[in-house]
Design a binder for this molecule. Structure first.
Ligand SMILES: O=C(O)CCC(=O)C(=O)O
Length: 398
């Protein structure tokens, strides 16, 4: 079974050349693409849904929406955009409250027309049942090509700004004498519009919901991990959950490569299945921040010394910009320094599903927005403006 944008055969309508020509959607993956609200030359507002293979057009008049794909959402019915009769358009399924994108197909796809930019808001390919099973079994999978190049360009520019103006929650995590730079930052979504859009209105919430099998997900927080070329400092082996004021299995971290990443270039390595070991290792920050030190917990071994031990299966992926590694909060992971000659920039965005609970223990990280004033231990990780709901099945199926 496929998840994501499911085709709904519905009623086939031959494309009407006086309205629109069908765009070439073949390289956007399978499934239907739904246009934002458009105004035809005859002044009727239309939604177009079309499949790449074979090119079938569904024409839907907004006032009586009849044939929406299973996961299609009606894009801001109040808005409209002009499309000339001869235009070939490629359009995306967009969240209800998002700006709609319309842009010419093929030759000129990157140049967005007024009304939106050429950034995908939904998965470019379906996530399969096998992907989800592998994620549950191993605790980490890589989903390729989640973000288009325009997203990567936008977020690399946002990273550049972050490095110049890191804000109060940043951490320079390189060890003393390191010739490179290991920059970590958190909660960028709360103050930077690009990081906000990335966490709230990109394909990530949907991807998180699919992997968690959740009816809704909320944003937990986002975190940047940037290692300049030549950085020697490693990311120590660790689990994430011990750092957090949270408990539960249903939290997924979506580690988005914004640059190509090789293993020598600080690609993250995982120990398959370690999320099921029943371990809860002591959290240790790169600068050994005493605030996190809980000596009652066992220290995490240095698994880079155990690479030849056959009892461990190490996982790692060479990534292109736009690929996403998805991991469980208890899977053990770490990364070497960046021995490559390129920057390694990644953003981990964490989403919470149904069993994730607020757990304000001592020696854990502080969450921006002071949820401790509102949430009680055991409450779900949902709170307006702090842990906002970012995806709901019910809304996705409208
Ligand atoms: O990118 C890294 O170096 C570490 C990433 C990580 O630990 C995480 O996303 O939880």
């Amino acid at each position: 079974m496929l998840f994501g944008n499911q085709p709904d055969p519905g009623r086939e309508v031959a494309p009407r050349s006086e309205d629109f020509r069908i765009g070439d959607a073949r390289d956007k993956g399978s499934g239907y693409l739904l246009s934002p609200s458009c105004r035809s030359t005859r002044g009727r507002r239309l939604l177009l849904v079309f499949a790449s293979e074979p090119p079938v057009c569904f024409r839907i008049i907004l006032d009586s929406v009849r044939k929406l794909g299973a996961n299609a959402r009606v894009a801001s019915p109040g808005g409209s955009a002009s499309v000339r009769p001869s235009d070939s358009v490629v359009v995306e399924i967009v969240p209800v409250d998002a700006d709609a994108a319309i842009y010419p197909s093929k030759n000129n796809r990157k140049k967005a027309r007024p009304g939106g930019a050429a950034m995908n808001k939904h998965l470019l390919r379906p996530v399969t049942k096998e992907d989800v099973a592998r994620f549950r079994e191993d605790g980490a999978i890589c989903v390729r090509n989640v973000f288009d190049s325009e997203w990567c360009r936008r977020m690399n520019a946002a990273v550049e700004r972050l490095l110049l103006n890191p804000g109060k929650r940043s951490r320079e995590a390189g060890k003393a004498g390191d010739p490179g730079r290991f920059h970590m930052n958190v909660f960028m979504w709360r103050w930077d519009p690009d990081f906000r859009e990335f966490a709230l209105h990109s394909p990530l919430p949907e991807l998180g919901a699919i992997l968690l099998g959740a009816d809704r997900v909320s944003l937990f927080y986002d975190q940047a991990f940037i290692k300049e070329p030549g950085t020697r400092s490693a990311t120590d082996w660790h689990q994430d959950l011990p750092f957090w004021p949270a408990l539960g299995n249903d939290i997924v971290s979506l580690w988005v490569a914004l640059t190509p990443v090789t293993v020598e270039g600080s690609g993250v390595e995982y120990i398959a299945g370690s999320h099921k070991w029943g371990k809860f290792y002591r959290p240790v920050t790169p600068d050994k921040d005493a605030k996190f030190s809980n000596i009652e917990l066992e220290e995490c071994p240095d698994f880079s010394q155990l690479k030849s031990d056959p009892q461990y299966r190490f996982l790692s992926w060479e990534c292109d910009a736009g690929d996403v590694i998805c991991h469980h909060p208890l899977v053990i992971h770490g990364a070497s320094g960046n021995a490559s000659s390129n920057r390694r920039a990644a953003i981990s965005v964490r989403y919470a599903g149904s069993d994730a609970r607020w757990d304000p223990r001592p020696n854990v990280m502080k969450i921006e927005g002071e949820p401790e004033n509102t949430l009680r231990a055991g409450d779900p990780l949902v709170l307006d403006g702090v842990f906002p709901i970012t995806w709901e099945r019910a809304a996705a199926q409208v």
